[in-house]
Design a protein around this ligand. Structure first.
Ligand SMILES: NCc1[nH]cc(CCC(=O)O)c1CC(=O)O
Length: 309
């Protein structure tokens, strides 16, 4: 007779999502002294995976990456769901709790196809579908043309190889998790801001499911949680989403969290920068920082950020 698994972990099916699910399983097994068979991986097809030919911002409807996993959680088909937190909306249903955030991987972006932003040839084509990457590049290099690049990490690398663009940008964390660490040029956070939550894996469960929550609490990483929650609180206070042209970086030590932010207009011509230091959990200070950024926003930026509603 086989034993029922202790916990069923829902995940998307992409190679990156599966790698993140395997990392989660390994951490759960190590924390609780479990055999691999105690943690069952349950792959689910997410809505965003079905659309490959349009920018996600145009597909409409929110929760492109979370809807299916949320439904499976609600129906009890899985006990927990593993996500790239970068792709998860800041406002989540009450029945769901973000029970664990794993230690953050490299949060920086990697440039493929050129050694640095300065050395990209004049008028080159950047393949990306991320408004943050497109607008930040146009801000630094107005001569560069942006072409639509969708699909998973391997697809985008293949499109670059095939010459559909001259350069592309990918998350170092994703490349690392896929065994591709070392390709391209890592962009320093002083010159290039990553996305809110980039490099962080979050595991959600049903709020009422105390047993699963306890299992997950053991693999939570408090410093990553402090940084990621600060970034997500700021994103929410700005009325932004994972499709907003915003670069964000929180760095936490034991007492303080330093936040750097840059907001862009869609064409990259406008930019507002800000930095602040807050105490962990001080949502009021983050809201004040958001209000300051919005007060300084030029028209092309203001139109993209609605502020907290
Ligand atoms: N938008 C897709 C996505 N979501 C999370 C990652 C990478 C892993 C991470 O940031 O945690 C990626 C790929 C990329 O942006 O290159």
């Amino acid at each position: 007779m086989t034993n029922a698994p202790l916990i069923r972990l829902g995940t998307r099916r992409s190679p990156l999502a599966m790698a993140q699910a395997h990392e989660t399983r390994a951490r759960l097994c190590a924390a609780h002294g479990l055999d691999e068979s105690a943690v069952e991986l349950v792959p689910v097809v997410a809505g965003g995976d079905k659309v490959q030919d349009r920018p996600l911002a145009d597909v409409g409807g929110k929760a492109l990456w979370t809807r299916e996993l949320d439904a499976w959680l609600a129906e009890g088909k899985i006990d927990a769901a593993v996500h790239s937190l970068k792709d998860v909306e800041t406002i989540r249903p009450d029945f769901i709790t973000l029970a664990a955030i794993l230690p953050r991987a490299d949060r920086r972006d990697v440039l493929l196809g050129a050694a640095s932003i300065a050395s990209i040839p004049q008028g080159a084509r950047l393949g990306t579908s991320a408004p943050r990457r497109a607008s930040q590049m146009k801000n630094l290099r107005p001569d560069i043309e942006v072409v639509l690049f969708r699909g998973n990490v391997a697809t985008r690398m293949a499109k670059l190889q095939a010459g559909e663009a001259d350069v592309t940008l990918l998350a170092a964390a994703g490349l690392e998790r896929l065994g591709e660490a070392g390709v391209g040029s890592v962009l320093d956070v002083e010159t290039w801001l990553p996305a809110p939550s980039q490099g962080a894996i979050g595991i959600e469960c049903r709020t009422e499911d105390a047993r699963t929550r306890d299992l997950l609490t053991a693999i939570d990483h408090p410093r990553t949680r402090a940084e990621v929650l600060a970034e997500r609180t700021l994103l929410e206070a700005l009325g932004g989403s994972c499709q907003s042209p915003i670069g964000l970086l929180a760095l936490a030590d034991a007492e303080r969290i330093r936040l750097n932010a840059a907001l862009f207009s869609a064409d990259g011509a406008e930019r507002v920068d800000g930095a602040v230091e807050v105490a962990p959990g001080d949502a009021g200070a983050i809201a004040a920082f958001a209000a300051d950024l919005l007060a300084r926003a030029t028209p092309g930026i203001a139109v993209l950020f609605s502020g907290a509603s």
